[in-house]
Design a protein. Sequence first.
Length: 230
Amino acid sequence: MSDYEGKIVKKPWGYEYLMYRSDRIGLWYLHIDQGAQTSLHCHPGKKTGYILLAGEAQVSFLNDSMTLKALSKLMIREGLFHSTKAVSPEGVAVIEVESPPDKENLVRLDDAYGRKEKPYEGPEAATPITAQCVVLRDPSPGERLTHTLHGTDLIQETFGDIAPLFERPPGEIILVVGGGLVSRTNDPIVSPGDVVTIGTFKRLAETFAAPAGVSLLTVRRNDPVSPVAG
């Protein structure tokens, strides 16, 4: 994994780079070119979350498919085969979160670019990131960090008391970076790597506690027009 920190990984469908990494999650930015698509693949040992920042994508599974339009989210369980195709003329921009962070946890079933059953791209596909790449860090206590990307604000915050979250719009998308909700027996209910709405989080928080607080990346639209930049 360390080989890809500070690097853009070139793909036959576009490119991706690592935005953030902790012991629990890896957060990646993906740009998929118009008409291009990722392999039909699964991750046997990790869950994956998508936040579509810009454009329109078709996400296909073994037997069906669905369309995502910005701004929207999707969670993909371990072992579920999926492929993402950019439908919109400008391509698509996606934030992808993996938990645990392990790019090599990848099984390709089919691929339009001849990578069937092959592993993740090697270091030869990587080049240094540019100044346009958004790289996140953990905020200091009480600090609120904001980045702007494709007409959205990416807001990083940590809450010891989750009550202020209940005042936010229920449809707002949040990505759990640290902490989360647990049951009375300490089973994880909402954990790092989960992408949910405030409404879902609030409903669960009525029953389950957040003893360690929660660190979040909130994604909010700040511009009705969100083109995908290269």
